[in-house]
Each structure stands twice: as structure tokens, then as C-alpha cells.
Design a protein around this ligand. Structure first.
Ligand SMILES: [Zn+2]
Length: 408
């Protein structure tokens, strides 16, 4: 079909089903829904390391300050040691090698008395694990919780933002990390160092302001009825946050619901406008296997109470697909859809999006937290505002003489 004719045949119907109808919902099988409230084991110790995935590769150079010992991660047996750097770790013929020396195991644990490693120009504290994985290997930083949060904070929030906003982010990032460590207790990796978990830059980005915010909230996490939950957060909600279960396949949680936020108006992405051609949209949806054939309609199938889109209905000449709106945003149109909080306008060749906010919209709105802190709210008020019904709790084994006093 010629392009002009095809364009003529594409009819984009835009409508909203204002009520969230249960029939519009793709209900996942029960076992696919992730439980997001977990008890904190009494044995949980904040000295237990967070395991952060830094890289998946077939070759990497590592520099250590001082000598470095390599152990078999499973048996704890000493394998070899190095005095001069960099060392080059390689995957070849199904095995791990360091400086061409064969490593007789699948998982390595690299330790240096300095606890300092440089990888791709960044410095990391703690230890490094190397784990074979599908023809490559994973490079993992094992780092204690508080040091990890210090490596996250300056990457997730501007260090010059008000201190109470930084402290709120410290509690939120710590909670997210501890939840992941409990949930993935037996895995090689707890979190990645990207936005898919929370951005972590090791020691390199740390500042005095962000370190102080972590120290002043040491050991503090968010709980609900004594269980921990993943304290999701995002840049800008655009006026309303949303329910976790509308964004991911997770159990509903009383602390991860929709909150009216009048605070994030200073964000660059409080409102935004983007455009895509219908041809481009059709191409991308086909490339990613969402539809096959000609795109006929791209509609909102369901929205939350504030109007944020939960699901799209996408129609081609071969099928009608209902898809989670956040999945489509992240996987296919990250540059076009800054959030799923938008309205659409169609012309014969384009689709224009008028949107609000940046990110998934669940949990704390960072630009909102910044304004609340600037308006004089302290971090306890900020986190309880975004995570309704939550309590700030101290992790087991963390001692704080005045904790009960400051929480009053
Ligand atoms: Zn907001």
C-alpha cells in the first residue's frame, strides 16, 4: 500500500474510559505478581553488603590500591594474588582468565586491604565479584549499605538541593536497597547501578552535603506494619503520583498509592510536548513485536484516578493488543513519553503528546521533595507525605540513642 494511502487509512481514535474498568485490565497470573511487602529478618545486619551490578562484559581492567587477592566465591579458597595493576579479566573458551592465567572457578571474589578499586575511571569501595553469565561475566561491587547510599545520593539528587530533601532521598534509597537485598538474598546481584534500580557511581561522585545527609539518617528505613517495601521514586509527578500496581505487576501497597502533589512545578518536565510521526510509531511498535502490520489505532484503554494512563489499546490490521502503558513508555518510546500522564492529539501524519511529569510516577516525587524542603518541611514529613501510612524505622542492630526522641 503506498504511503499516502496508508496514512489515509490510519485512523487514530482517541478516547478515555474514565472509570477504571476491570474488563479493560489484563489480569496477570497470580504467580507473576511480585509481593512488595517483606518482613525484615531479625538477623538482618546493616554490615551485610549490597551487591551492585556494574557491568556485563567479556573483558575488563581493574586497578586496586595495594595488593589484591582472588578467592573462589563458592569455596572461599585462595586462588591467586596480584601486586601490579591494571589486571585484565577475560572470558574465553568458556572460562575466566586474569592476565591470561586460568581461573578454576565460575565465581571470583576480589579483595584488597585498601578496599579501593578503580573500574572504567570510577572508584569503588568494598569488594568486587566476578560471576560467569551466558558467555560473559558480571562485575559486581559488594559494598556496605551506608557507603552504597552515599554513592547513590549525588547521582540521584542535586547535591545543592536543601538538606531535608537529601535526607528524604537517603531514607528512600536505603529502603529500596535493603528491600532488594532481602528479596534477592540468595542472588549474585541485588541492584543494578542504573535507573532500572537507582543510579550508583561508587565513591567518585560523593560530596560533603550528600554524605552528611546519609550519616544523619543512618540506618533509617521506611516500613509499613513492620514490613519493608520498595520505596520507588521518580523525578517529577506532574501533580499526582500513582498506584504501584498500575505501573508494574506488583501487589497493591498502602504506602504506594496516588498522592496529590502541588510541589513539583519547578521541574523542567512539569509539562512537556513531544511529537512522533505515525509511520515512525508503526515502525517502532512492529520492531519491538508489539503489533504486526499497519497501525490503525493507538488509544488509552484505562487511566488512574488522576488521568495517568494505565494501559493502551493498540490496533493493527491484524490484531488488537492491550499493553501496560509504562512498559510501552520505557521499552519503546522513552524519548517521546516522559511519563504516561498525557493527552494525545492526532493529525493525518503525526501524534502529538501533551504531558506532565517525568518518570513512572510511583512513590516520592523528587522535584516535589525539593520544593517541600525549601518550604521548610523536614525529611520525616516529606517521606510520610509521599509514602502515606509509612513509618520511619531503624534497621535491627543500628544503635541511635536519640532515635525515639527525633521521631516524635
Ligand atoms: Zn510532584
Amino acid at each position: 500500500m503506498p504511503d499516502a494511502m496508508k496514512t489515509k487509512h490510519i485512523i487514530i481514535t482517541l478516547f478515555l474510559i474514565l472509570a477504571i474498568s476491570s474488563t479493560a485490565f489484563t489480569v496477570a497470573a497470580k504467580d507473576e505478581i511480585r509481593v512488595i511487602s517483606l518482613p525484615i529478618p531479625a538477623s538482618y545486619d546493616d554490615a551485610m553488603p549490597i551487591k551492585v551490578l556494574l557491568s556485563r562484559t567479556a573483558q575488563i581492567d581493574i586497578v586496586s590500591a595495594g595488593y589484591l587477592n582472588v578467592y573462589d566465591k563458592k569455596t572461599h579458597a585462595f586462588v591467586t594474588g596480584f601486586m601490579s595493576f591494571p589486571i585484565t579479566i577475560m572470558f574465553k573458551n568458556g572460562s575466566l582468565y586474569i592476565n591470561d592465567q586460568y581461573m578454576p572457578c565460575d565465581k571470583l571474589h576480589l579483595v584488597s586491604p585498601s578496599e579501593k578499586f578503580t573500574i572504567k575511571g570510577r572508584t569503588y569501595s568494598g569488594a568486587i565479584d566476578i560471576v560467569k553469565s551466558n558467555g560473559q561475566f558480571l562485575v559486581i561491587n559488594e559494598v556496605d549499605l551506608e557507603t552504597y547510599v552515599k554513592g547513590v545520593l549525588p547521582s540521584e539528587m542535586f547535591a545543592k538541593w536543601p538538606k531535608e530533601a537529601l535526607k528524604a532521598q537517603a531514607v528512600v534509597s536505603r529502603t529500596y536497597a535493603v528491600f532488594s537485598a532481602i528479596e534477592r538474598k540468595y542472588d549474585d546481584v541485588h541492584v543494578s547501578d542504573t535507573v532500572s534500580s537507582q543510579v550508583y557511581s561508587g565513591m567518585s561522585a560523593r560530596t560533603a552535603e550528600t554524605d552528611a545527609a546519609v550519616d544523619e539518617t543512618r540506618g533509617q528505613i521506611l516500613t509499613y506494619e513492620e514490613e519493608i517495601f520498595p520505596a520507588f521514586f521518580h523525578s517529577t509527578c506532574g501533580g499526582h503520583t500513582t498506584f504501584a500496581e498500575f505501573v508494574w505487576r506488583v501487589t497493591p501497597h498502602p504506602c504506594l498509592t496516588s498522592v496529590y502533589c502541588p510541589f513539583c512545578w519547578e521541574s523542567k518536565y512539569y509539562t512537556w510536548t513531544t511529537t512522533i510521526t505515525l509511520d515512525e510509531m508503526e515502525k517502532k511498535l512492529n520492531e519491538k513485536g508489539i503489533i504486526t502490520g499497519d497501525l490503525l489505532a493507538f488509544k488509552k484503554a484505562s487511566v488512574d484516578t488522576a488521568g495517568r494512563i494505565i494501559e493502551f489499546e493498540i490496533e493493527s490490521d491484524k490484531q488488537i493488543v492491550t499493553a501496560n502503558a509504562n512498559d510501552i513508555r520505557v521499552l519503546i518510546f522513552p524519548d517521546i513519553m516522559k511519563s504516561t500522564f498525557f493527552t494525545m492529539d492526532a493529525s493525518s501524519e503525526h501524534l502529538m503528546f501533551q504531558g506532565r511529569g517525568w518518570g513512572h510516577g510511583v512513590g516520592m516525587c523528587q522535584w516535589g521533595a525539593q520544593r517541600m524542603a525549601a518550604d521548610g518541611y523536614d525529611y520525616k514529613v516529606i517521606v510520610r507525605f509521599y509514602y502515606t501510612h509509612s513509618t520511619i524505622t531503624l534497621l535491627p542492630h543500628v544503635e541511635h540513642e536519640y532515635f525515639d526522641l527525633i521521631m516524635q
